[in-house]
Ligand binder design. Structure first.
Ligand code: ADP
Ligand code: MG
Ligand code: ZN
Length: 628
């Protein structure tokens, strides 16, 4: 470890200053001794620069700081006949002033150019320069989306509910004839990548109507009124081509609770939102326009948006379950060459928590790998690699033998061993010390139980074991290399530990503080509704929470340390194998543990073939290199 001294630059200027600056008394002494040849007085800066006899021209002049007024100095200089000049202060300043004026000028010009670019970058031309209010609408129109419900998979309920909207758009008269009020707005709520945009396009495609789309962030502009006029433009165009579908993506960008957020209200956003509400009220149910909006933050939306007659239908588009993932994979495998041995079932099982977009991306990555390997069809190998690549990063070349490699091996085996030994843990999928892009030095990966992931029902025992596993890496480092040699590679483990332990205490009521939730999820500050996170407890409770969190973590750490200490020899042997092979698959790892010890090793209870899950416990190198 290197404790960097002062940077060379600093050291340099320090010593320089010491050489050229002299004290006032030294200066007077030099004057008295008649050693001084020339003096420049900088009255403004209260500084004098002077040269000594015999000092070479290339040397910098000596400097001395003066007192506020030095009438006696001038007098003295004159009498002693030393050549001296008074340097007027204005000189430098004038230049600085000129430069800063010029810069200001350029800056203003720059801003002005930006404004022009912004306003004319739509479909307007140079002729539109100052036509702010009438800025060209920045929405996209697709006459035919070409997307059908067949392209959307795994979100059957949402599809079913929206089927009705298709019918409305197709033959509105049928409904209006019997006096039915057609819904105007549908709000799609769900995390990114779950297919909200796709769904909206599919509705337009199925109904055969044009698709108008704009993103909420495009409404919010620099100038008050631009957003509102865009909304007006959009709806004007939409009315002209009714029946049609208007899709507003990221509606939370405009539709946030009004009069909230840091800095009070935002005039521009409020006007835009008001305009949107007015437009939605303005058209009758039978105009044949249906507005579909998407958001992943329904909690920040202004309540006015959710009132009847506006976005009164809300449809949740959740992350797909196992069955949904399977169907989405089907859709995206349709246009790809997949080898017969690839089981989409297995992929679906291996990817809990993946969104539709991530699944599509996964298959695409696998196809790219296949092409790169000059294969005819995607095989399980490419799928495996693609999953690792999407979730962890690209593989890099293995480390050369070094202390670092050794240390990472112990760290990862620490995790892997605990995954194998702890009773409530999910089993190991693989442990590797082949580094990955993104600063991952190696990782130990579990196969999460799919039912638990899909249902989200994590038990207290499972959580405690998970914390213990996370602490296993650090524990192994301490055991082998000692307290002083532990590295920062465990930082992401420790962060995860802190989060898990805290959530156990504050959200799941799993500590001695009792069965109560003290915090709500998503308590972070956002600019929408609450300025500050609400905490439902006093300072006193905060202290208790801290104590409980600490207790959980130290309890788990003790378990991890003890298990690792008790099985040090086993760990040494496993590390030898890992250093040799660089990757150990879960089955082999369990076999080795059985072979080298008489410990009970839990056999994974797969329903079918092994189903590894991402979210590995990775050795984090991203904080910089660890000591060699
Ligand atoms: P969102 O708008 O919810 O963020 P998108 O609709 O933009 O998500 O999804 C991006 C891409 O992911 C889609 O174009 C599609 O290829 C894929 N995708 C997402 N969800 C699904 C799904 N349910 N079925 C099929 N493909 C999906
Ligand atoms: Mg989208
Ligand atoms: Zn780790």
């Amino acid at each position: 470890m290197c404790f960097a001294p002062l940077s060379p630059g600093l050291a340099q200027s320090g010593s320089d200053a010491n050489e050229t600056v002299v004290s006032y008394s030294e200066f007077l002494q030099d004057l008295q001794d008649k050693k001084v040849t020339k003096v420049d007085l900088y009255q403004e800066q209260r500084l004098a620069k002077f040269r000594l006899e015999g000092q070479s021209e290339s040397d910098p002049p000596k400097e001395v700081y003066l007192f506020d007024r030095n009438p006696e100095l001038v007098e003295y200089l004159r009498r002693s006949g030393v050549s001296f000049t008074v340097v007027p202060a204005g000189n430098d300043r004038a230049v600085v002033g000129l430069i800063s004026n010029l810069m200001l000028g350029f800056f203003i010009l720059f801003i002005f150019l930006m404004i022009i670019r912004r306003t004319s970058s739509g479909s307007g031309g140079p002729g539109q320069i100052l036509n702010f209010g009438k800025s060209r609408a920045r929405f996209q129109i697709e006459a035919e989306t070409g997307v059908t419900f067949g392209d959307v998979a795994g979100i059957e309920e949402a599809k079913e509910e929206l089927q009705e909207v298709v019918t409305f758009l197709k033959n509105a008269e049928k409904f209006t004839a019997v006096g039915a009020r057609i819904p105007k707005g549908v709000l799609l709520i769900g995390p990114p990548g779950t297919g909200k945009t796709l769904l909206a396009k599919a509705i337009a495609g199925e109904a055969g109507v044009p698709f108008f789309s704009i993103s909420g962030s495009e409404f919010v502009e620099m100038f008050v009124g631009v957003g509102a006029s865009r909304v007006r433009d959009l709806f004007k165009k939409a009315k002209e081509s009714a029946p049609c579908l208007v899709f507003i993506d990221e509606i939370d960008a405009v539709g946030r609770q009004r009069g909230a957020g840091i800095g009070g209200g935002n005039d521009e956003r409020e006007q835009t939102l008001n305009q949107l509400l007015t437009e939605m009220d303005g058209f009758e149910g039978n105009t044949g326009i249906i507005v579909i909006a998407a958001t992943n933050r329904p909690d920040v939306l202004d309540s006015a948006l959710l009132r009847p007659g506006r976005f009164d239908r809300q449809i949740t588009v959740d992350l797909p379950s196992y069955k949904g993932r399977r169907q989405i994979l089907d859709v995206h495998a349709r246009d790809k060459k997949v080898a017969d041995d690839v089981s989409l079932d297995t992929i679906a099982r291996r990817t809990p928590g993946f969104s539709g977009a991530e699944l599509a991306n996964l298959l695409n990555e696998a196809a790219i790998l296949t092409a790169r390997r000059h294969k005819k069809a995607i095989t399980t190998l490419e799928i495996d690699d693609a999953i690792d690549r999407v979730t962890i990063g690209l593989t890099l070349t293995p480390l050369l033998d070094s202390k670092k490699k050794w240390l990472i091996a112990y760290h990862e085996v620490g995790h892997a061993l605990l995954m194998t030994l702890l009773k409530n843990s999910d089993p190991l999928n693989k442990v590797t010390i082949i580094p990955r892009s993104g600063g991952v030095g190696g990782f130990a990966q579990q196969v999460f139980d799919e039912d638990r992931v899909d249902s989200g029902l994590y038990t207290r025992a499972w959580l405690l074991d998970q914390i213990t596993i996370l602490l296993g890496g650090r524990s192994a480092e301490v055991e082998v290399f000692g307290d002083a040699e532990v590295t920062i590679g465990a930082s992401s483990d420790l962060r995860a530990v802190a989060n898990l332990a805290r959530e156990m205490v504050t959200r799941y009521g799993m500590s001695d503080l009792g069965h109560l939730a003290l915090e709500t999820p998503g308590n972070e500050v956002f600019l929408g509704r609450d300025l500050m996170p609400r905490s439902e407890y006093s300072e006193e409770v905060a202290v208790q929470i801290d104590r409980q969190v600490r207790q959980i973590v130290s309890h788990c750490y003790d378990i991890a340390r003890k298990l690792i200490r008790d099985h040090r020899l086993l760990m040494d042997k496993l590390v030898d194998v890992l250093l040799e092979q660089e990757t150990i698959e879960g089955d082999q790892f369990r076999e080795l543990v059985r072979q080298y010890s008489d410990l009970p090793v839990k056999e994974p209870s797969w329903h079918s073939p092994p189903v590894p899950t991402p979210a590995p416990v990775a050795y984090d190198l991203s904080h910089g290199p660890i000591a060699e």
